[in-house]
Write a protein that binds this ligand. Structure first.
Ligand code: GRF
Length: 221
């Protein structure tokens, strides 16, 4: 029988996505194991979530490093010490060096709260509101050296209403994130999803456009 893949999850804060992945893992223990949770902040609530589920944690405080490169090197060594198959960025608020992203190319995914290529970077909900967008959402993508620009695997859309505030929109997106991220991790774990020639591949075919979570709910794959 196939062994579960080993994943490392990198966080900086609340870790609600981490919690969704932990909860999903408990239902699918044959697919993946969470070998390690790393935070660059000692007070990240996600560390408590991991510890509550007996998952090993490490804090690597970026403020103790002289350069981005030296922080990333320690991060890389910490991950390489374990046999990690997939690195999951879940609210990890650090820009990663090209050396680091290259080292883990095809083995690292990120969740970003916008419909990429719209709104890379920060304050995505506010920017969607200010632009008068009628839909907003999230993207899950393979990480490449350019920020928030790797091949997109899956998106989920939410409607923006005239009543929406930054807070309400963020809550809607979060709710979708918690369904979307475990699903993508599972795809990777069972070999449905891969990275080849700088593209995301799904079931041995390059994805010409991202999968849509809402469409999947109607027609589960
Ligand atoms: C999410 O909105 C994710 O898209 C972004 O950071 C946030 C993390 O939230 N990258 P949480 O810590 O998982 O609650």
């Amino acid at each position: 029988m196939k062994q579960p893949i080993q994943i490392a999850i990198l966080i900086s804060g609340s870790g609600s996505n981490l919690q969704a992945i932990i909860d999903h893992q408990k239902q699918h223990p044959q697919d993946y194991e969470i070998a390690l949770v790393i935070s660059n902040k000692a007070d990240a609530y996600g560390l408590i979530r991991a510890q509550n589920s007996c998952i090993p944690t490490e804090v690597i405080d970026h403020t103790l490093f002289k350069s981005r490169e030296s922080f990333d090197q320690t991060l890389q060594q910490t991950i390489d010490k374990r046999q990690i198959d997939l690195i999951v960025l879940a609210g990890f608020m650090r820009i990663l060096t090209p050396q680091f992203t290259q080292h883990f190319l095809g083995k690292m995914i990120n969740i970003h709260p916008s419909l990429l290529p719209k709104y890379t970077g920060l304050n995505t909900h506010q920017r969607a509101l200010e632009a008068g967008d009628t839909e907003h959402g999230l993207s899950i993508h393979f990480v490449t050296p350019e920020l928030d620009s790797g091949p997109v695997i899956l998106q989920a859309k939410v409607p923006v209403t005239p009543q929406d505030t930054e807070k309400s929109l963020k809550a809607k997106v979060h709710q979708q994130e918690h369904q979307a991220y475990p699903k993508v991790i599972e795809w990777f774990a069972v070999g449905k999803l891969s990275f080849q020639d700088n593209q995301a591949w799904f079931e041995q075919t390059p994805l010409s456009k991202p999968q849509q979570l809402n469409a999947l709910n109607d027609h589960p794959i």
